[in-house]
Design a protein around this ligand. Sequence first.
Ligand code: ARG
Length: 578
Amino acid sequence: MNIRQLLSDKFQAAMLAAGIPEACGPVVAPAKKAGFGDYQANGAMGAAKRMGTNPRELASKILKQLDKGDMIEKVEIAGPGFLNIHLSEPWLGQQLLAAQQDPRLNIASAKDPKTVVIDYSHPNLAKEMHVGHLRTTIIGDALARLLEFQGHHVVRQNHMGDWGTQFGMLLAHLSDKLADSDAQVALADLEVFYREAKVRFDDEKDFADRARDYVVKLQGGDEQCLKLWKQFIEISISHCEDIYSKLNVTLKQEDVYAESQYNNDLPVLVKELLDNGIAIEDQGAIVVFLQEMADKEGNPSPMIIQKKGGGYLYATTDLAAIRYRANQLEADRILYVVDARQSLHLQQAFVASRKAGFLPEAVSLEHCAFGTMMGDDGKPFKTRSGGTVKLAALLDEAVERAEKLVAEKNPELDVATCTEIARKVGIGAVKYADLSKTRTNDYIFNWESMLSFEGNTAPYLQYAYTRVRSIFRKAGIEPGELKGDIQLESPQERALAIKLSQFGEVLDQVAKDTFPHVLCTYLYELASAYMRFYEACPVLKEGISETQKHSRLQLCNLVARTLTAGLDLLGIEVMEQM
Ligand code: ARG
């Protein structure tokens, strides 16, 4: 259910009936302050301006035409022409009851499901995953889960970097190492391996020559060489899979569609672009000049798709990828969860592929850009000695820190339970700290604030969930045994009810705008509304009637289920106690 949409439809109809042109929208949004109703429709002001009439009069004309149905209790005109909407209590109670009885919490599946391709995580397989891959991996995964929950057909595309000249030195080094050990052992630490290969490449002329030779052979499809390369890639992918499972991310082996998989298409694509005049030869290179992205002086933006020596580029592969995704995968939407610093590159790829007619007009290409993760010093996050932080090490530290906190908070827990809780808290904290920030901004990575049990953090939400569960244990009732209506008598019950009913519209908004922090903010507000309700409305106190107890317990249970569902869409787990 999407209250905002339902109200928009009602007010739009009323505006049309009042003779207001359709282009003037009803502008419905949740009320920002208490005392101004539950929602507001602010469209009367804009419409009056356009029509040159008095906004308050127009607002009252709209009201005369409004079909309140059983949804709206009353509407007040306020200020210059705001319409403050009060939802009907029985209607809200019925919505919650419907959510209570529905495994999907009364959230309908998309009426018009789309095929959404999401390009995310995409580490470079020459090295180990580092903190720079965290944001794309968890933001992309949250979007994938959410769109899937809404009933869309999501195709995950892990565009791994598994090709390029650096593999020459890696393979040369690997073939030497295999004389002494097997590939698993040699590649146990990819960072060390990469560094060793790089040193040899820089210092040993022989080695460097062999490395270059490997590149040529690899590109030429030499069997021996491809076998070596496959060994390398497989082990490197298995490192990534360990991280995905630690991070509770849904990416699987079958989602890998790496750069090398476009190799055969690259010469075809370049030839095509040359033939149809989209690309031209310029100083030996093949270039697409994009007048659409010209600078202030009118110079077109150049996009090289083949180097002078014949080599292809990152950009060439991305053009091939767009064509594959639009045509083979039949995407309606293609989301790129990629660092903001690549926005020029992606913009060029988007514009060039449209120009080349690689995709139907209706397919949308969206760069879901994100900012940089910073250290406390306000500079990009590094180890103390200035190195890149391995993702595996960061996640281990998160769990260790969480373990200390959990053990302190609840010393009675046995070791196994404590470890399991610490895993969920630590990983949840890292993910939530990231997902709850507006993704386009840089943010400062800070252990203390992300692991705090207060404020907009994963531990706070996980804790709210455990509070609800403990009420049920105390009451000795299972959620399935609850019966009767949901009554909303106190202001705290009503406020909580409104929040609960807004889950659906929040999901719709995130699906459309691809900003997961909107869901985080919602869950935080829900947990806070629950805490206020819990203070004001006793659930298990003596003397409380059975009807009221059951009504309130149903609210509690909906909170627990909505928190679980919302956190699950972010890839964060809950626990019964902490
Ligand atoms: N592997 C690339 C990198 O590490 C990111 C790939 C992003 N996806 C894409 N289709 N370009 O920078």
